[in-house]
Design a protein around this ligand. Structure first.
Ligand code: PLP
Length: 327
């Protein structure tokens, strides 16, 4: 006999997606590893992972701290997963947790293939959405296909701290515990739809102005022109024909807050990964956050052109100085 239809929902596990709140994403990742990773198993990470003297390495610090083994897989020139490399990494047979990073808020177009590989090799898939809180709130695949999702709220909202981990189902939770009980209130105090729309608008305008400039300027290349359903954290560009560090300094000295994620890779990255190393030397990210006035985009891109001109003639600074300047 069919069950009665109750007057309100009573089944606690229907659509339940347990969420835990921390002071940072890395604290949440440490909690995840301690509760999810089986002894003797390794964590597989993408090769493009940065480090800075001020911030350490957001995604790598918890792996180091938990003392577990790590394996690195390669990425393509647009930071999408190199599926052949990922397949080889998982075929080694010792990986328990696979991390995919949604760089700058973008979902890998081949996410279904990544999901398939994770299932085939029976690994716990973590979607690192440190840059992708707004993408996960949107309509795309972001945040929907992993066993867990990792968020860094202080990177996406004007908060001093805040991290969150969500799990696909209650069965994936054992001893995980929140440490920041007030964070949900702070997160819900923002109009995330308005912020998402703002970010997409600034991204689109900046991308259009940069594409226009790129028509007769080959000193830089857009990394991806279209965000699909996602919401960007920043807009990444590769500086291919000028000194990136000089452009970075010029823009910041003239009042435009650029970052270079990740200008310095973690020293633990094994030899090889040449394309990722090249991206690290060339990348620079335009701001698209909620405080950027969309009407200032043309001015920002005009300043970028000036910065390229100034940097084309400048000499290369040493890489040691790079880490300090970009921190
Ligand atoms: C891709 C990625 N994952 C995780 C983190 C960790 O974020 P949090 O600073 O909240 O620990 C960061 C930031 O450093 C990051 O860039």
């Amino acid at each position: 006999m069919q069950r009665d239809i109750t007057k309100k929902a009573l089944e606690r596990s229907t659509y339940e997606r347990p969420a835990f709140f921390y002071s940072s994403a890395r604290e949440g990742m440490l909690d995840l590893l301690r509760n999810v990773l089986q002894p003797g198993r390794a964590v597989a990470l993408p090769a493009f992972i940065g480090w800075s003297p001020n911030e350490g390495s957001g995604v790598f610090d918890p792996v180091e701290e938990s003392g577990v083994g790590r394996r690195f897989y390669d990425l393509n020139s647009d930071l999408t997963v190199d599926l052949a490399s990922l397949g080889q990494t998982l075929a080694a047979g010792d990986v328990g947790v696979l991390v995919v990073i949604h760089y700058f808020g973008r979902t890998d177009p081949a996410w279904q293939e990544v999901r398939r590989l994770a299932s085939e090799h029976d690994v716990f898939l973590v979607e690192d959405l440190a840059h992708g809180w707004f993408s996960a709130l949107g309509r795309g695949a972001s945040g929907t296909y992993g066993e867990a999702q990792l968020y860094s709220l202080h990177k996406m909202l004007p908060l001093a701290d805040g991290g969150m981990v969500t799990y696909r189902s209650p069965g994936l939770v054992s001893g995980q515990a929140s440490t920041e009980h007030a964070l949900p209130g702070r997160m819900l105090s923002y109009d995330t739809e308005a912020i998402s729309a703002h970010r997409r608008l600034v991204f689109e305008r900046t991308g259009t102005a940069l594409a226009e400039l790129a028509r007769d300027d080959d000193r830089f290349a857009l990394m991806w022109p279209d965000m699909g359903d996602d919401v960007p954290q920043t807009l990444p560009v590769r500086i291919t024909g000028a000194d990136r560090d000089h452009v970075y300094r010029y823009m910041n000295e003239h009042g435009v807050g650029m970052v270079s994620l990740y200008h310095t890779l973690i020293p633990q990255l094994p030899a090889g990964f040449d394309e990722v190393r090249s991206i690290s030397r060339q990348i620079i990210n335009f701001p698209v956050h909620q405080d950027v006035d969309p009407d200032r985009v043309d001015g920002i891109v005009a300043l970028f052109r000036e910065a390229l001109d100034a940097a084309t003639t400048a000499s290369s600074p040493s890489s040691d100085a790079t880490a300090e300047r970009h921190a």
